[in-house]
Design a protein around this ligand. Structure first.
Ligand code: HEM
Length: 615
């Protein structure tokens, strides 16, 4: 309307000879003239545009006038649109340039600050990717540390810096100061288990829930741990007998089964052992965990791929099964109900289909379940109600399975140590203490064997941190720029002769024992007197050695260490009383020529035998 009027106005001024206008038109002209807020240049533009139009003869009819006005108004509209588009483009350009400049400035600061850090030479765009394509990650770190010292830098691309720290004292400092984990680490698990506050990259988010879980594990669950492990051991013995009838046992599978059973029984109660869907749950959890990184590697969730939707479907089933087990335990599932023993032997597809039948219960139903009560009670609305449960189950099962597998392999490869551990168990068994589950703390060699296995065969090769907002300054003056990925190569540090002596690569549980009666006891455990006439060993606190990192260290250290050591030790006591663990020497893994201590990892997850004692 305004432009229409304005075109009338300009027409009138450029053509003074024009016939007199009707009052309404004059009124319009006056209105526009008086109320126009156009800036002068815009006005000039419009005026000149209108003037250009004025060269054509004036319409004599009302229709002609209307058409004329419409055409000139569309011109003006286009003109205005062009100007507005230009203005927006400029704004957009300024914003983008500012963003790019700030990115470039950050990048420049990163390059500048990283210049002083030692590391192998790299190309500008590819960084050190050529090194990674030739060797595995740990070998690259090992070689670089050997050449360039305890702190080295590696470029993963032009913008991503990775700093590896190998000195144990600096690692401790790093693990205390750098509290956050890489945002991308949470992505895989977010996809699989949805939002959960435990294990979130930001320490701020995870802090409160860590405390709750730690209290729950160490102050509530450990006190009742004597009940469940005995029943878990009976349950696992049944399974082992079943496996034994079929020949040697796959160490990886049996360890996974043990881990899953002790975690499930500890968290969900005895009812877990009678839960008919336990085997499906275990398989589903492991499958989802295995594929998580693949689907998370897409920058945008790959909605167009069928496999992705299948994966999402499995995740939903896992959630439903988690709800189902909570329901089952609340209803007091009976011990030793029907459990499908064949699940590990490939009947997975059939079992997966069974999972379709699982009904999800309402999210509110979790809140009265004892173990997760506090964990779930404090969650915000955006959190997945089962997220923390699934995450804890996943982390606990995966790491515990790795630990059990390491211990079984070590015992199988070191029969002399196994014999001594067995003697220790028998001796303590003849003189049990009041609280049976505390007996394991009177078995220093057994505990030392677990720690030594965790040292030589850790569940993960690196610990990872980052300091997103601030530079990280070490006491020795080295500064790591903000945004750098920080790693501690656990595998290298735990086998470093500088920290562990010349036999660092050998299996020697005695390194965690001291004969000194004043030797420090494990923190939080009552120091038990040694059994007269048996041994005078005392277990040293393994965490006293800064290079002992299977459970991490610092602000984000594992809160399950004490809990899981007690559970695994108790389970091993029950198993070693019944069975001798032997390598399956008939298998290719065990050729005599390679039976060397430092090749223990070579035998990890190879077939083992559970030979009944006294047979
Ligand atoms: C053998 C068994 C286990 C091993 C080897 C293990 C190992 C680890 C490691 C290496 C970390 C990372 C530490 C770091 O970055 O400094 C960690 C973190 C953690 N673990 Fe474990 N863990 C085990 C069992 C468990 C169990 C049974 C639970 C709970 C029931 C648990 C709960 C946690 C929690 C809550 C965190 C911290 C997560 C965070 O702050 O982001 N862990 N664990």
């Amino acid at each position: 309307m305004a432009h229409f009027n304005f075109s009338l106005f300009t027409t009138e001024h450029t053509k003074p000879t024009q016939p007199q206008r009707r009052p309404s038109e004059t009124h319009n002209i006056t209105f526009i003239h008086g109320s126009s807020h156009q800036p002068p240049n815009k006005m000039n533009n419009i005026i000149s545009c209108a003037s250009a139009n004025s060269s054509s003869p004036l319409p004599t009819t009302f229709l002609g006038l209307l058409l004329r006005c419409r055409s000139s108004s569309s011109h003006l509209l286009r003109d205005l649109a062009t100007q507005e588009f230009n203005a927006l483009s400029w704004l957009f350009l300024i914003v983008i340039t500012t963003l790019l400049l700030s990115k470039f400035f950050k990048l420049f600061t990163l390059w500048h600050n990283a210049k002083t850090l030692p590391g192998p030479p790299s190309s500008f765009f590819l960084g050190h990717s050529n090194l990674f394509s030739r060797q595995n990650f740990t070998s690259v770190l090992s070689e670089s540390h050997e050449k360039y010292g305890p702190i080295i830098k590696l470029w993963l691309g032009p913008t991503q810096l990775l700093v590896s720290v190998k000195d144990p004292v600096l690692i401790q400092e790093m693990l205390i100061k750098a509290e956050d984990k890489l945002p991308s680490t949470g992505k895989a698990f977010h996809l699989a288990f949805r939002k959960s506050s435990l294990f979130a990259p930001s320490f701020e988010k995870v802090q409160k829930r860590r405390k709750l879980l730690e209290t729950e594990l160490n102050e509530r669950l450990l006190k009742t741990a004597d009940l469940v492990p005995t029943k878990v051991a009976d349950f696992i013995t049944d399974k082992i007998e079943n496996f034994r009838n079929k020949g040697s046992i796959d160490c990886r599978l049996v360890s996974q089964l043990m881990a899953f059973t002790i975690m499930g029984a500890a968290f969900f109660g005895e009812g877990f052992l009678a839960w008919p869907k336990a085997a499906i749950y275990e398989e589903l959890l492991m499958k989802i965990a295995k594929d998580a990184c693949f689907w998370a590697s897409y920058n945008v969730p790959p909605f167009w791929r069928r496999g992705f939707w299948k994966y999402q479907c499995l995740c939903t089933k896992l959630k439903c099964l988690t709800q189902d087990i909570l329901q089952h335990c609340r209803n007091g599932g009976k011990l030793f109900g029907h459990v499908d023993l064949e699940i590990h032997n490939g009947s997975s597809i059939k079992e997966m289909k069974l999972a379709h039948g699982v009904q999800c219960c309402s999210d509110d139903e979790f809140h009265d379940y004892h173990f997760f009560h506090d964990l779930n009670n404090h969650q915000d609305d955006k959190e997945e109600p089962c997220g923390n449960i699934m995450r804890v189950m996943f982390h606990g099962c995966q790491t515990t399975a790795a630990l059990i597998s390491s211990v079984l392999t070590s015992l199988a490869m070191h029969p002399e140590i196994q014999d001594k551990v067995y003697s220790e168990i028998s001796m303590v068994g003849r003189n049990p203490s009041k609280y049976e589950h505390e007996d394991v703390y009177r078995m220093p060699l057994l505990l030392a064997t677990i720690y030594e296995s965790a040292r030589l065969l850790p569940s993960g090769p690196i610990l990872q941190r980052c300091s997103l907002k601030h530079d990280l300054s070490f006491a020795n003056g080295v500064t790591i720029p903000a945004g750098t990925i920080l790693v501690a190569p656990v595998e290298l540090v735990q086998k470093d002769s500088y920290s562990w002596g010349s036999d660092a690569s050998d299996f020697n549980p005695y390194r965690f024992l001291s004969t000194d009666m004043k030797g420090s006891a494990l923190p939080g455990f009552a120091e038990e007197p040694p059994i007269a006439g048996f041994n005078t060993f005392v277990l040293n606190d393994p965490n006293e050695n800064a290079a002992f990192l299977p459970f991490g260290s610092g602000t984000r250290a594992c809160v399950g260490q004490k809990f899981i050591i007690q559970l695994v030790a108790t389970l091993l006591v029950s198993l070693l009383k019944l069975y001798e663990i032997q390598p399956n020497s008939g298998s290719d893994h065990y050729s005599k020529s390679t039976l060397k201590n430092h090749l223990l990892q070579h035998y990890l997850n190879s077939p083992i035998l559970f030979v009944r004692r006294g047979q």
